[in-house]
Design a protein around this ligand. Structure first.
Ligand SMILES: [Zn+2]
Ligand SMILES: [Zn+2]
Length: 281
């Protein structure tokens, strides 16, 4: 059969497979964070809740609708770029022996660091006045994010976010299992960054090495003010470029002091003060 006709014949099945794979990935990340953080451990995490303002159901409905559109965009790009485009140009490989185990293991953090840089710069670009409305405003409609904000993008932003993968595979040889690992880390980081509860130990923020990891509060402050704190995994780019919120460290420091005070009050059997969590706009 003509290769193009064969491609067309397989298109419906390819689309359905792609949608189920992407929907599974989204559900795996968002539902597990929702179930664990918002339901199972919510009573234990009470003092970790970042905002006191309640969420509206309409926001979650909009986020789910936008996420469905994002999944359709991802699957369409999969088909256009990887199936219709020349698969041979990408350096995705299956045989670990080709580049060895060391590269297999190293390629995962390398891809994550490169993704962080991609995310920071494309994110900053999408905050430019000319691009913001078309590309990024949909994501910021979730002023007070939920785990389902993870894929709540306008189609243009979904394309920008997706394009990291083909660009990565043009530059570096990546084993398919390493790629799936990176994509799994991506969705979990994305869902937790929007979960509304601080999950990281606050002391990490002041640690010389661990302080380079972005906390949930870091991205929450970005949603509250719609500027600054553009990084995804790491604080490096924000610190190098001077875009980290000036009060980020102070805010975590105050919460840390409140944690210590509460612990001392509990030990002494005194009444425990409420936690001043809300991110100032
Ligand atoms: Zn966000
Ligand atoms: Zn933004």
């Amino acid at each position: 059969m003509d290769p193009f006709l064969e491609f067309l014949a397989h298109l419906p099945a390819r689309f359905l497979n792609g949608i189920s794979f992407e929907a599974m990935r989204y559900a795996m990340g968002t539902l597990s964070v929702f179930g664990l953080v918002w339901v199972l451990f919510a009573p234990m995490l009470k003092s970790r809740k970042i905002r006191t303002t309640p969420h509206r159901m309409k926001q979650v409905r909009d986020e789910l609708r936008n996420s469905f559109i994002t999944i359709l965009v991802f699957v369409t790009l999969d088909v256009v770029i990887f199936d219709l485009g020349a698969r041979g140009v990408f350096r995705l490989y299956e045989d670990i022996g080709l580049y060895g185990w060391v590269w297999f293991l190293v390629s995962i953090p390398v891809a994550i660091v490169l993704h962080d840089a991609w995310f920071y710069w494309t994110h900053r670009l999408m905050h430019l006045r000319r691009l913001y409305r078309t590309f990024h405003m949909t994501h910021h409609r979730s002023h007070n994010p939920t785990p389902f904000t993870a894929y709540s993008f306008a189609p243009g932003e979904a394309v920008v976010n997706y394009m990291f993968i083909p660009v990565l595979l043009l530059i570096l040889p990546i084993h398919s299992l390493a790629l799936y690992t990176v994509m799994t880390v991506m969705i979990f980081k994305n869902a937790t960054a929007h979960c509304g509860y601080e999950l990281f130990p606050r002391t990490w923020v002041f640690h010389p090495v661990l302080g380079c990891l972005t906390t949930v509060t870091h991205h929450d402050m970005h949603h509250a003010r719609a500027d600054g704190n553009y990084g995804f995994y790491f604080t490096w780019c924000d610190r190098w470029m001077g875009t980290e919120h000036a009060d980020y460290l102070d805010r975590i420091g105050l919460q840390l002091a409140a944690d210590i005070e509460r612990r001392a009050a509990r030990t002494a059997g005194k009444p425990v003060a409420a936690d001043p969590q809300d991110v100032p706009a």
